[in-house]
Design a protein around this ligand. Structure first.
Ligand SMILES: CC(C)(COP(=O)(O)OP(=O)(O)OC[C@H]1O[C@@H](n2cnc3c(N)ncnc32)[C@H](O[C@H]2O[C@H](COP(=O)(O)OP(=O)(O)OP(=O)(O)O)[C@@H](O)[C@H]2O)[C@@H]1O)[C@@H](O)C(=O)NCCC(=O)NCCS
Ligand code: ADE
Length: 303
């Protein structure tokens, strides 16, 4: 099967392993209390987190139940259908992770999930990046539930599949690969191979900080999304707006945070104005939206 039977959780706690995805910070405390989740529960939780991201408003340029932002080919109902269609594949990825699958097997399930997404949406790319990132986290969650390894999901992805992710096939003409050539960014692949640093260093801390800044779950999700926009080279922003579009998006999100973020009395109208500014420029940080959903998932599974 290619995996060694893991130490017991107790043994893992004594070892306190270093986690490269967090730059050498000891993180076993984060996962010590991780509940053992079944594959079905992992898949359901992942799909619910995709839907929680969709339901969040205001989000700069992105689709929500209020409007379609910078998108003329999708709305929240379509995205919800996409998330529902993905749930069984996310469960299958968790099962594959628990069975010790290699990257080839995960890739095959991911490609089948992309086909199911296209069938559910009439050919619209709603969640390709999310299938990839959330799919890998589900596989890691399945592996962790089965082998009780005291590591974050991101560290498991990096250690088990990171090298293969970087060696894997690269589509010549995807938006991501076009942008990677033009702007020398690693995009979704580099993020995953490194164990999702944006998720652990930006999104999860921002979700915690957001809870202190404001009462309300939606507000802390908006705070985390703004923090992600500042820190991530989102290939969707680069594809639609070039380096200038990315710089504009990051400056807007940075100004929102500097003005007190969701602790400011007028945070909601400010965030709506930023959403309108992105929409007017056709800018949409789809990669950051995926990372927000993934952070909610990691948080639900105790990182
Ligand atoms: C590895 C793949 C993800 C392919 O990646 P590639 O780099 O070749 O490019 P894209 O096909 O362009 O997809 C990358 C998507 O990843 C998200 N993303 C962007 N930046 C980042 C980042 N820095 N870190 C993490 N993730 C990032 C983003 O996905 C979201 O946005 C999409 C919707 O945006 P939209 O504006 O509508 O874009 P389009 O419809 O494409 O274009 P226009 O509307 O502008 O015309 C949506 O997908 C969101 O999820 C990027 O789009 C992967 O596809 C792959 O290899 N798959 C094979 C299966 C596999 O290996 N699976 C592994 C196990 S599950
Ligand atoms: N809410 C959203 N709007 C547009 N693209 C997305 N990609 C992932 N979530 C998205």
């Amino acid at each position: 099967m290619g995996v060694r039977r893991a130490r017991t959780a107790g043994e893992g706690q004594r070892r306190q392993p270093l986690d490269r995805a967090r730059g050498g910070v000891r993180v076993s405390a984060l996962v010590r209390a991780a509940p053992v989740a079944t594959s079905a529960k992992i898949g359901r939780t992942a799909a619910a987190c995709l839907k929680l991201e969709i339901a969040t408003y205001p989000k700069p340029g992105l689709v929500s139940p209020v409007d379609s932002g910078a998108h003329d080919d999708m709305d929240a109902a379509l995205m919800d259908r996409s998330a529902d269609a993905l749930a069984p594949f996310l469960t299958a990825l968790a099962e594959a992770g628990a069975a010790g699958a290699g990257m080839d097997r995960l890739r095959a399930i991911g490609i089948a999930a992309e086909a199911a997404m296209m069938a559910a949406t009439g050919g619209i790319n709603t969640h390709r990046g999310a299938i990839f990132g959330m799919g890998l986290l589900c596989a890691a969650a399945g592996f962790r539930a089965r082998y009780a390894v005291p590591q974050t999901l991101g560290a498991i992805v990096a250690h088990r599949w990171g090298a293969e992710i970087l060696r894997g096939p690269v589509a010549l003409h995807s938006h991501g690969s076009t942008v990677a050539r033009r702007h020398a960014t690693g995009g979704a692949r580099a993020e995953a191979a490194a164990g999702f640093p944006s998720l652990y260093r930006i999104a999860l801390p921002a979700l915690i900080e957001g809870r202190c800044l404001a009462a309300g779950e939606e507000a802390r999700r908006v705070h985390a999304l703004m923090a992600l926009i500042v820190g991530v080279a989102d290939t969707n922003l680069l594809y639609r707006g070039g380096a200038e579009g990315l710089a504009f998006a990051q400056a807007e999100a940075r100004a929102f945070l500097a003005a007190g973020s969701v602790a400011a009395a007028n945070w909601r109208p400010r965030a709506i104005a930023i959403h309108a500014a992105f929409t007017a420029r056709r800018l949409s940080p789809g990669g950051c939206a995926d990372l927000l959903a993934m952070a909610l998932f990691a948080e639900a599974l105790a990182a």
